[in-house]
Design a protein around this ligand. Structure first.
Ligand code: ADP
Ligand code: CIR
Length: 359
């Protein structure tokens, strides 16, 4: 059972979120961690030993978080459902009765996504990523150093099977020069380091062991290893040809799933560390300049209405620079991979139309 010190930490966390320090906190954690939920869940522990405190730790330290929770292992999503279900419904609009639809990556339908901005007036680049967890392994906080190294070894072997356009090389973070690492981050290819949301979620243990990036020669197909998720599979290129980016991603996903089995849940779809990424796990985005529209005070509200999320130039929790925004689908759960891409496609198309009409 859960020790007294941990129960105290959970109770103190609740008090902090609802006390003067938490006054400005707007996270979904604060909203849905009610007294009732605390009482119901504070004595529970997953088979791997994870408690409610492990789920909420990040959001308790980072009062500016949007969400504030992570699942230390797959069982946490069911054991701590009174908290996760509420947050999931709030974020994705996915009710506890709903089920993730069958996988539909969009095979045979990529021609529905011709370039969004053929003249290149607005869109600089397009990226689609999905997340995957390796079957048989928990998420970051529960992984040992041996787990990390073993997982890295397994996926590295699988990467060697890629051919043609997808053929590439794996670059471990351990031993990479700071210069190379920083250049890859600045160029939008590699995950950043030292994210406090992940650090306080206990997701950076043994860093940089077992972490790295695979990419093809052109850096149009990339796989992040053991950052937030076991794998992030990414397809990206300059311009706005969403169909081409998607068809490359499909090849990459189909190629790797033959080699390594992934964790999928009946209800929640592909399992990920953060509840915002469950289901399709797809974030399809463009780097886009919309000078007139983005000057409007209601720019964020317009995007929100179109089910779009706005991020800054260096990804989540960053600011825009030079008027460039990262605009993507917001929901990932309750819709297929194809539908997630379509949500971004249709929404961005609409934004461009609005920009062109704006005086
Ligand atoms: P994720 O997309 O994996 O959730 P981030 O929001 O941190 O994570 O973004 C990761 C990186 O991908 C960042 O460097 C971000 O600028 C880059 N990125 C996202 N969308 C695009 C895009 N359409 N074109 C180029 N880079 C992009
Ligand atoms: C937050 O709550 O703001 C962070 N924990 C991130 C939430 C969603 N993003 C993600 O998983 N990358």
């Amino acid at each position: 059972s859960v020790d007294a010190a941990t129960i105290k930490k959970i109770e103190d966390a609740y008090a902090k979120l609802n006390g003067p320090e938490g006054a400005k906190c707007k996270s979904l954690l604060k909203k849905h961690l009610t007294k009732d939920v605390v009482e119901k869940l504070k004595t529970k522990k997953t088979k791997l030993g994870a408690t409610l405190y492990d789920c909420i730790r990040s959001g308790v330290y980072n009062l500016d978080a949007g969400v504030g929770v992570y699942a230390p292992d797959a069982e946490a999503y069911t054991l701590f459902a009174p908290l996760f279900d509420k947050i999931i419904e709030d974020y994705h609009g996915f009710s506890p009765k709903q089920k993730q639809p069958a996988v539909d990556l969009g095979e045979g339908k990529t021609q529905e996504f011709p370039p969004l901005d053929p003249k290149g007036k607005y869109i600089k680049s397009t990226r689609i990523r999905c997340g995957r967890s390796l079957k048989g392994y928990p998420f970051n906080p529960c992984l040992t150093q041996d787990n990390y190294l073993e997982m890295e070894g397994k996926v590295k072997k699988a990467f060697a099977e890629y051919d043609k356009e997808l053929k590439g090389k794996y670059y471990p973070l351990d031993g990479m020069s700071k210069e190379t690492q920083n250049q890859l981050i600045a160029d939008h290819f590699l995950f950043k380091e030292g994210d406090r949301h992940l650090q306080y979620a206990n997701a950076c243990n043994f860093w940089p062991k077992g972490r790295g990036i695979f990419h093809n020669n052109d850096k149009t197909f990339l796989i992040w290893v053991n950052e937030e998720d076991h794998m992030r599979i990414i397809s990206m290129q300059e311009g706005s040809d969403v169909g081409q980016v998607l068809s490359r991603l499909i090849k990459g996903v189909r190629g790797i799933e033959k080699q390594v089995p992934f964790s999928r849940d009946e209800r929640l779809g592909w399992l990920t560390f953060c509840p915002t990424n469950l289901g399709s796990t797809v974030r399809a985005s463009v780097h886009i300049k919309l000078p007139k529209l983005s000057a409007r005070k209601d720019f964020n509200a317009i995007c929100e209405k179109l089910n779009l999320q706005v991020r800054g130039i260096h990804g989540e929790h960053s600011e825009s620079a030079g008027g460039v925004y990262d605009i993507s689908n917001k929901a990932r759960l309750g819709l297929s991979e194809y539908q997630a891409v379509k949500q971004m496609y249709d929404g961005v198309k609409k934004l461009i139309e609005m920009e062109e009409k704006e005086k």
